[in-house]
Design a protein around this ligand. Sequence first.
Ligand SMILES: NC(=O)c1ccc[n+]([C@@H]2O[C@H](COP(=O)([O-])OP(=O)(O)OC[C@H]3O[C@@H](n4cnc5c(N)ncnc54)[C@H](O)[C@@H]3O)[C@@H](O)[C@H]2O)c1
Length: 693
Amino acid sequence: MQRDGAVAVIVVDNPPVNALKHEVRAGMLEHFTKAAADNSVEAIVLTGAGRTFMAGADITEFGKPMKPPGLAEVIAAIEKIHKPTIAAVHGTPLGGGLEVTLGCHFRVAAPGTRLGLPEIKLGIIPGAGGTQLLPRLVGVEKGLAMILSGDPIPAKDALAAGLVDEIIEGDLVKGAVAFAKKVIAEKRPLRHVRDLDDKIAPFRAHPDKFNEAAANVSKKSRGLEAPLAAIEAVRAAVTLPVDDGLKRERELFMKLVVGEQSKAQRYIFFAEREAAKIPDMPSGLKPREVARAVVIGAGTMGGGISMSFANAGIPVTVVETNEEALKRGFDTIQKNYQISVQRGALKQEEADRRFALLTGTTSMDAVKDADIVIEAVFEEMEIKKQVFGALDKLAKPNAVLATNTSYLNVDQIAQTTKRPKEVLGTHFFSPANVMKLLEIVRGKETAPDVLATAMAVGRKIGKVPVVVGVCHGFVGNRMLSPRQNQAERLLLEGALPRDVDAAAVEFGFPMGPFAMSDLAGIDVGWRIRKALGTRNEIADQLADKGRYGQKTGRGFYIYEKGSRSPIPDPEVEEIIVAASKRLGIARRVIDKQEIVERLIFPMINEGAKILDEGIAYRASDIDVIWVYGYGWPVWRGGPMYYADHLGLAYVRDQLAKYAKVSGNKSLEPSPLLTRLAAENGSFASFGAKKSAA
Ligand SMILES: NC(=O)c1ccc[n+]([C@@H]2O[C@H](COP(=O)([O-])OP(=O)(O)OC[C@H]3O[C@@H](n4cnc5c(N)ncnc54)[C@H](O)[C@@H]3O)[C@@H](O)[C@H]2O)c1
């Protein structure tokens, strides 16, 4: 605690982000109490040292008994103070950090501050008054939106919403002290947020609004408990006296914080951070500077990848084979930005600024200026080799050369250059401007600083990069393949597309495997199989008939014009039943549990092989890939976590059973799964051992 005249300034100093651990809570309580009792203190400013005001709770304390004082107790003590209390925030006042400010009379912020309640992202809700106080300050709609999205808002918006009272240019503490002195001089009325009512009162007569919100959220949140609890808590803010509301919030919070969902979400939170660590990197390695990117190909992926760079403020040149393809690519990019503007997600000036960072050309010479080149041309080895041959001739000596291939061998591509050390894979996911996952494919010869550069660039453009090794399909697509095989196999044994998809959706995926095939286009795999001279039983028959999925209005399902809702089709059923008959497979009723396990356990089995081969460094990397790239329900923590949770012996036994029932050898448990199950081990411990080694 410092003094500036009659103003006491309490500074929280717990690097790096002033997390609200026990000592911080106790320190705040002590100093607020002291300042309140000191008659020479006329106002109290609370601020944080270093790069941010308190950025939230100490997550490692979650789920354990909390050492008193709890945060709610500290805030209640601040609320009892009868002299002006002012929170002066900068950086990212988040979660508990923001809740503390809601206990103060006033909030002032440095420009550039981002304020929010991100608890929902960890499967919980704010537990120290956030759900009760924020709506009183900013209104129910805004408050609920902030709590449900978990995304922080910039200081400017916070000022407009009433969350902060003033934005302070220049020295924050000095400005806050001046603000405090003004409050004292003007004898401004002191009202605590808990006593405000005007912004929530209008909702009291409309409890149906909360039912509507709940119905919307249930549709979107695919089994998550926290969003519904958040709505319940805000409803309590409106319908109950404040102390009862706080009690209700506490009950909802406590239930979530000890629950399985939040545990899984916290696991993924740490798994994402763990994925940033590459075990054998020399320490002190610096990524290379990346100021300019070139993307080769303006197709589906090239366009999205270019947008990701432009969105992060990195100028990017897109190279195409001809003007027509270039125009098509740029039209799509512009349309995408326009849609964001229309939806209100992006301001027109911002869209224009981003679009202006994109340049198109048909000359490969553009590559000369690039610090990183990302190739996203057709998935054909010969074309990739041509492109990399040209890159080798034109690119700067220290440019990172990356391929977006989905399946091709990155080492082979690297070998077509004289600088395989500079080559790696950057496997984006579609739509590349939206999807967070980025598989970074480390080649045999990829230099450590090239890898580090790709990781750093990935993070800079808002992705979650995960390092994987070279193999067919890398981690994600390689694990997807046995799932698709089993999905089709289930059709032959007695299920229908809608049964399989419904089971997958009930498990928590955004869509089932057949709806996904229809969305991606059944013809994609069909063409690949044709080229390879292989065939699959059902999908290829559909493609033969021109049923490519959504784009032709028919696939595994029927789609009415302009609609994306799948309607079951008797013709497809006939094709399936006939295929079973032709193959001599007796159709049977397959229950939901078997469907889910036959979709998911083969993926886990493949994940075990991937771990065993060292294609992924750790099981948690595989989980991050599935959560961020393939819609695995985050509250189930990823496939490997899920397997550990079920017990590996169970997964092993079920796989062995299904291998027998379906006569499908590929379902037999892998050596690593068998070994870990016998040892009563887990994928998590296997990964940990490897990282430690
Ligand atoms: N579509 C997906 O969902 C997806 C996802 C991940 C990775 N990938 C991979 O990304 C790559 C691109 O896929 P896509 O779906 O964007 O394909 P696409 O067919 O939509 O686009 C490819 C583009 O590359 C251009 N092109 C071809 N040869 C070129 C050359 N020599 N120089 C410059 N441009 C050239 C084509 O004109 C075309 O516009 C492939 O390797 C694919 O496997 C695709």
